[in-house]
Design a protein around this ligand. Structure first.
Ligand code: CMP
Length: 136
């Protein structure tokens, strides 16, 4: 089925000048960009987006990182978009992600891993409502 996924190109992607390269991979795969916005994430939005992680040990530095500069927030659409985006992104830890994936090719970090994609239809609906209320 056609799905929508929320995708965030994190501050490391913007800082490293990799926005075009990463976007190209989604476009080349055949996904459509439905919405896109440059966004400076603040602490409150980080806490809402990462609500399931706020109590974790890794969260404070993640919050620091995600608020450290502008990100690109977007909605992508296509057949099985949620699973397809996750496959393109690769495993969370860039050091372990398979070559050929965004993280596997371009990241050497478990935190600064360039990209976030919704992990389920429920997460996609929640994240789209949070980041792009006009699209939910
Ligand atoms: P993301 O897909 O945005 O979802 C949660 C994020 O937390 C993840 O990508 C990583 O950026 C970060 N993360 C998850 N696990 C760890 C960890 N063990 N150490 C540091 N950062 C982590």
């Amino acid at each position: 089925p056609v799905q929508r996924s929320f995708v965030l190109l994190k501050p490391d992607a913007v800082r490293r000048g990799l926005v075009g390269s990463v976007l190209s991979r989604f476009e080349a795969k055949g996904l459509s960009i439905v919405a896109l916005q440059l966004r400076q994430v603040d602490g409150e939005l980080s806490d809402q987006h990462y609500a399931e992680h706020v109590e974790r040990d890794f969260y404070p530095p993640l919050r620091e990182f995600i608020t450290s500069g502008p990100s690109i927030a977007m909605i992508v659409e296509g057949d099985e978009a949620i699973e397809v985006v996750r496959a393109l992104n690769g495993a969370t830890d860039g050091r372990k992600a398979a070559p050929g994936t965004i993280r596997g090719d371009l990241s050497l970090s478990n935190r600064e891993n360039l990209v976030h994609g919704s992990d389920s239809p429920e997460s996609a609906a929640r994240e789209i409502a949070l980041w792009f209320p006009e699209h939910s």
